[in-house]
Design a protein around this ligand. Structure first.
Ligand code: ACM
Length: 775
């Protein structure tokens, strides 16, 4: 990326060249995310160089934070500043002073001020929390320009800042897929750079128990390990056991202590989540006496979805839970402990005579009441130890435990109901704040839930519903985005799903409601993406990546082209010769046509800076006719997933977009005027979903042969069947297979093609990879 700018990015707003004019104001932009509460421009600028001394007030936290700032600057700008010394407000000219002043008048311990004048910089706060954020803001100002080698020249200004909400959270699911302790430490660092302050750590679930508990070693020796789903594990035999290699891992108490201590230095409270009474299969496998049936599960499962297994309500089980929580309280000193409470299926309680008898003894009317009894007991236990219970919004069912905080995930209604009852609530509704949803429809998108939740969708979320009275709204203490990891297998993908949506979350959580402004946020995003690059964060570029729509014109000599990017920002430059465009190449001004042949490459630019990776598309007729599963339409939107193959065990795997409750795809408006055959590639994925009775409602056509067929119909799914493609040639392959092409008759006009598999069972599930009418 080239960069003419050699000074801080207080700069004119981006000129929008696409679609509607989105930026109403073209004032100066301070490249800080989240946007500070108050910015006053000054006169002149401060030049930072290797000669700039850093000094700190006597409080040891002040020098710790000065050192933190200097390490960050070294890592991301290559600038090594003079070492810290203890100083005072009367520092010599040219210094950067980190000052903790307990007498500073401020109601909010996270507030701070940052004063940049031509002859010095003063960061000031009443304590370490605010000072840390002052340092983060200064670091952002120092890393706003495009080039690492640019001198740092900071225009004079004064920032007075404080957060809108006190809970600015991110949830990480370490149960479905395990991340290393090193990754958690890194994530904490990255969160702090967004002024996020709560890490809810989802440590237990059906598919894994990840926290060492000394009193119950089987929780991790047994509960932390599973055989992955599908055919892959059969090809991955562990020589030590002669059996499929197990997937898993857990956090030792020592590593947890290190993580919690590190988080405290970054102003992040780690809220452990020990999910109960549902999502507890791994614990029940480890200690079957905890289960509610006579035949508890015997191995840690690898299906996603909702298992029927729930903890029972024996006194012994409460003893177990309390013993576990006692160790949890030792490890996590923060105020809040999350006990889940979500998706506890009550069938096992309903059909257990022992549990029904216990309910009668307790005078509990129904199973919802029993869940409420369960949660109340745990709340009392935590309250007596000075802690606060937080749980998913199901804890409202059957009566909220006293003092409980509600995490509203099934929309915002749970949060509203809790606030109206005088309870605190955190807004984290699915899908808008669920980071396992795809961010766009691009071919590079990794596995996840199918419905796109774009950066803009997240940014436009309103955590404070207008219907709440001010006293009720005061109970909405913040918001949280949740990264569930069923489909997020690697740490690299965890980063991709989280960033930059975490930046939008950060702004919603920190900046004042009236300052939230999508075009303004987008204008500050390029600098944020460059910071991610400098930090080594593998972030999504979906907001700026160019999407390409093509259609062959009737004469088959030209291609109609539409280019866009999600953020509708920057200028799109493109080339047709397969070479990467620069800002000197033609600008896309709107729908156009180009000659058939060659390879289109396009990217969005801000001035000479490329905003995102290149997107490319071959413009030969065969490639133009091909559609990947992500470019097809699913016949319904019941439960659309971008799903990964389970083979090979190592190396890249194919990803397919499929509605698992209705595996059926449409190629809309296919041009069959010159088609003589149909070519497709198919794959198989494990059907590892606990979806209860929904499974019985999945329509599978009856196959004519043992391996089944792919059936193709024209003009909709009830139209004429124009092709039946036997799956036998692909049946033995665990990876993607291209089926032999089948002849079809050419027809004029555009036709919707419908694809369904006829197969005997659901597992493995046949899926489309791509489809192509062949001329
Ligand atoms: C949840 O998504 N089950 C809280």
């Amino acid at each position: 990326m080239g960069a003419p700018a050699n000074r801080l990015r207080i700069r004119a707003a981006l000129l929008l060249t696409l679609a509607a004019p989105l930026l109403a104001t073209a004032g100066p932009i301070v490249d800080v995310i989240p946007l500070p509460a108050r910015i006053q421009p000054g006169v002149g600028a401060f030049a930072m160089s290797a000669a700039t001394p850093l000094s700190a007030s006597p409080d040891p936290d002040a020098s710790r934070i000065a050192n933190y700032f200097s390490a960050l600057l070294l890592k991301t700008r290559g600038l090594s500043l003079h070492s810290t010394r203890t100083g005072s407000a009367a520092e010599p000219r040219g210094a950067v002073l980190f000052s903790i002043d307990p007498h500073r008048l401020s109601a909010d311990p996270e507030s701070y001020s940052l004063d940049i004048s031509p002859d010095r910089i003063v960061l000031s706060a009443a304590g370490s929390r605010g000072l840390l954020y002052a340092a983060v803001t200064l670091w952002q100002l120092c890393t706003a320009s495009a080039e690492r080698s640019d001198p740092i020249e900071l225009p004079a200004l004064r920032i007075e800042d404080r957060p809108r909400f006190r809970w600015r959270g991110l949830m990480l699911d370490s149960a479905r897929h395990f991340q290393s302790p090193g990754f958690i430490l890194q994530l904490i660092d990255w969160m702090a750079l967004h002024k996020l302050n709560v890490l809810q750590w989802h440590l237990t679930d059906d598919q894994g128990w990840r926290l060492q508990i000394r009193r119950y070693p089987r929780l991790t020796s047994v509960g932390a390990w599973r055989v992955p789903a599908g055919a892959g594990p059969a090809a991955d035999i562990d020589p030590a056991t002669g059996r499929p290699r197990l997937y898993g891992g857990f956090y030792t108490q020592e590593s947890v202590r290190q993580i919690v201590a590190h988080a405290a230095q970054r102003n992040i409270a780690v809220v452990p989540e020990i999910d109960m009474p549902g999502h507890a299969t791994a614990a029940i496998v480890a200690y079957p006496a905890l289960g509610s049936t006579a035949a508890p599960p015997r191995s840690v499962p690898s299906d996603w979805g909702i298992y029927p297994n729930v903890l029972n309500v024996d006194e012994g089980t409460f003893g177990f839970v309390e013993n576990v929580l006692s160790e949890v309280l030792e490890l996590f000193p923060g105020e809040y402990v999350d006990v889940g409470g979500d998706e506890a299926v009550k069938d096992q309680w309903h059909s257990s005579p022992r549990i029904q008898a216990r309910m009668r003894e307790l005078g509990v009317a129904d199973e919802r009441g029993l869940q409420s009894y369960f949660m109340r007991r745990i709340e009392k236990f935590l309250h007596e130890r000075g802690r606060r219970l937080v749980g998913w919004d199901e804890i409202l069912e059957g009566g909220l435990p006293p003092r409980a905080t509600v995490m509203s995930w099934r929309g915002i209604d749970g949060g509203v109901a809790a606030a109206r009852l005088g309870h605190d609530a955190v807004m984290s509704p699915s899908p808008t704040l669920y980071l396992d949803f795809r961010q766009g429809r691009g071919a590079r998108e990794p596995p996840g839930r199918g419905q796109p939740v774009t950066l803009e969708d997240l940014y436009r979320f309103n955590p404070l519903p207008a219907a709440l009275r001010p006293d009720e709204a005061a109970h909405i203490i913040g918001l949280q985005a949740n990264l569930w990891t069923e489909h997020v297998r690697t740490q690299e993908r965890a980063q991709y799903m989280t960033f930059p949506r975490a930046a939008a979350l950060a702004e919603l959580g920190w900046s004042r409601g009236q300052d939230l402004d999508w075009p303004g946020f987008v204008a500050r995003l390029p600098a944020q993406l460059r910071r991610y690059e400098a930090l080594g964060i593998h972030a999504s570029e979906d907001a700026f990546a160019v999407s390409i729509q093509t259609r062959l014109e009737p004469g088959r000599e030209r291609v109609a082209l539409q280019l866009a990017n999600q953020a509708r920002v920057g200028e799109i430059h493109y080339r047709l010769d397969g070479r990467n465009p620069t800002a000197a190449d033609p600008v896309y001004h709107g729908p156009t046509t180009v000659p058939v042949g060659g390879e289109l490459r396009a990217a969005a630019f801000e001035g000479s800076d490329r905003l995102a990776l290149m997107t490319s598309r071959s413009l030969d007729p065969a490639s133009l006719a091909r559609r990947s599963s992500q470019e097809l339409t699913t016949c319904s939107n019941k439960l659309v997933l971008n799903l990964e193959d389970d083979a090979p065990v190592h190396g890249p795997r194919a990803v397919f977009l499929v509605d698992i409750l209705n595996p059926c795809w449409i190629y809309p408006s296919a041009d069959l005027s010159h088609a003589r055959a149909l070519s497709v590639a198919v794959g198989q994925v494990p059907f590892n979903f606990q979806i209860g009775a929904d499974r019985n409602a999945i329509r599978l056509d009856t196959p004519q042969s043992a391996s089944g067929e792919l059936e193709v119909r024209i003009d909709g799914c009830d139209g004429e069947r124009i092709a039946v493609m036997p799956l036998a040639p692909a049946a033995s392959s665990a990876a993607v297979s291209q089926l032999p092409a089948v002849p079809i008759a050419p027809r004029p006009g555009a036709h919707d093609l419908c694809f369904r598999f006829a197969q005997r069972g659901l597992d493995p599930l046949w899926v489309l990879d791509w489809v192509q009418p062949v001329g």
